[in-house]
Design a protein around this ligand. Structure first.
Ligand code: FES
Ligand SMILES: [Fe+2]
Length: 467
């Protein structure tokens, strides 16, 4: 097996071997060492609000039916029939009390238990010959929910989701808990890009530096008040737990004035004040930073921004959640959801959706600008010269490793983790440091993995009760 230790060492010092963005061997390693154990976002509870609602989502090659059973429990079943392995559910989403396999017709309740076997008596000798009791679709090894966001891990021994998220939860609340009822998701739009999955995750984690250049045309048409070079430079970057993101510096004002400045109506502001901690409110109201793009390791990202949606100068905020689902070393399926506070007024929701579609999603202007860079990078990373090139990802560091600018103090930035103002690539390095650490870990013992699968196959089932 190829030894990648030099590659990982280079990555850790911020010099990235260019071929990691298009390398079959690296991708195989990522599958085994990252996606076989990390917590991967698969959907939101609002997508399966009613008993029987389901969505079909993947963790790399593994398809799961994520459903709410009749008792209100959220479950994730491996989407493969126990008989001859047909994909049980072929629809992308819907509502069903049962799933019937299209091949020979075995059927399963939405809690995963097998219920129907055609010609059970004649073919199997009935219950005596083949007991249906205890037979169920294979459950995902691990399922966790935070603010309605449903995550799966293929590792039964993964640390609890909340521990994995760590202090990034503080920032997740800005995107996913603006009122006690939380957000609702619409979508996802899904499309494929010929780009490596890591590039989007890195970009959203901390690349404030690209905005004035890549998105020049969006700046020119005046869609945003903010993404000029000066404005982005004043923002703060933060990293906490397993995620990090970017912010914009807001003009002087009170908490309420600043939230109004980005387009939130007063009733929504009141609910945010009830929902967020004093420290969360202080980031906006006292420190003057408004959260923007962010990434959660390994492959989930968020955006919050506030374009002009009409002919006036008024802006309106939108939120998108997205996943960079790897297909191969040079292809990624993007899943992009529109997220909005469930308690928001209907006219706000409609305009916020329009704001999202203008900027992100399959037709979004920002999305199109970004992807052109990422496809080009991926293409160029495939050749032999890319194997000789170390990309410079050391922005914010001096040659001796000390930092160009001091970190923000607790008085300047009220959130957990480390925050810095100005352009830098600290967050991209944080993301890739986790990537390098995961790739360097010893492989999980296949016997242990098999044993945990066996426990699941024997009927052990994991579910998360409705909160
Ligand atoms: S493969 Fe599903 S019923 Fe035969
Ligand atoms: Fe961008």
């Amino acid at each position: 097996m190829t030894d990648y230790s030099d590659v990982l060492d280079d990555v850790r010092r911020g010099m990235i071997p260019a071929h990691i963005y298009n390398d079959r061997g690296i991708f195989e390693l990522e599958k085994r060492k990252i996606f076989s154990r990390a917590w991967i976002f698969v959907g939101h509870e609002s997508e399966i609000a009613q008993p029987g609602d389901y969505v079909v989502r993947r963790v790399l090659e593994d398809s799961f039916i994520v459903t709410r059973d009749e008792d209100g429990c959220v479950r994730a079943h491996f989407n493969m029939c126990l008989h001859r392995g047909m994909q049980v559910c072929r629809a992308e989403m819907g509502n069903a009390s049962h799933f019937r396999c299209p091949y020979h017709g075995w059927s399963y309740r939405n809690d995963g238990r097998i219920v129907g076997l055609p010609f059970h008596q004649e073919a199997y000798g009935g219950e005596e010959g083949f007991a249906r009791k205890g037979q169920r679709l294979l459950p995902a090894p691990n399922i966790g929910i935070y603010n309605g966001m449903i995550f799966l891990s293929l590792d039964a021994g993964a640390p609890p989701l909340e521990e994995y998220l760590g202090d990034f939860r503080f920032y997740l609340d800005f995107y996913t808990k603006q009122s006690p009822g939380g957000i609702e998701l619409h979508g996802p739009q899904r499309w494929r890009i010929k780009a490596n999955w890591k590039i989007g995750a890195e970009n959203f984690a901390g690349d404030m530096y690209h905005t004035p250049q890549t998105h020049t045309s969006v700046v020119e048409i005046g869609l945003f008040r903010e993404p000029n070079a000066q404005k982005r430079k004043e923002g703060a970057l933060y990293w906490a737990g397993n995620g990090g993101g970017t912010t914009y510096k807001l003009p002087d004002g009170t908490l309420e004035e600043r939230l109004r400045y980005v387009g939130y109506p007063d009733p929504m502001i009141e609910r945010m004040k009830q929902c967020w901690s004093a420290e969360q409110l202080a980031i906006i109201g006292t420190d003057g930073f408004m959260f923007s793009a962010a990434s959660l390791y390994p492959n989930m990202s968020f955006v919050h921004n506030w374009p002009k949606v009409g002919t006036s100068d008024d802006v309106l905020p939108f939120i998108t959640l997205r996943q960079w689902q790897p297909i191969s070393e040079d292809e990624t399926e993007v899943l992009s959801w529109f997220a909005v506070d469930a308690a928001a007024p209907e006219d706000f929701k409609a305009l916020s959706y329009k704001a999202y579609l203008m900027c992100f999603g399959s037709t979004g202007m920002f999305e199109q600008d970004d992807v052109e860079n990422w496809v080009s990078l991926t293409n160029t990373a495939a050749g032999s010269m890319a194997r000789r090139l170390l990309l410079n990802s050391r922005m914010g560091l001096l040659a001796d490793g000390s930092e160009v600018a001091p970190r923000l103090s607790a008085e300047q930035f009220s959130g957990p983790g480390i925050a810095r103002q100005g352009y830098s690539e600290f967050n991209q390095r944080e993301l890739l440091r986790r990537w390098a650490d995961d790739l360097a870990r010893p492989s999980a013992d296949p016997a242990v993995a098999a044993a945990s699968n066996g426990a699941a196959a024997n009927g052990e089932s994991r579910a998360v009760s409705r909160k």
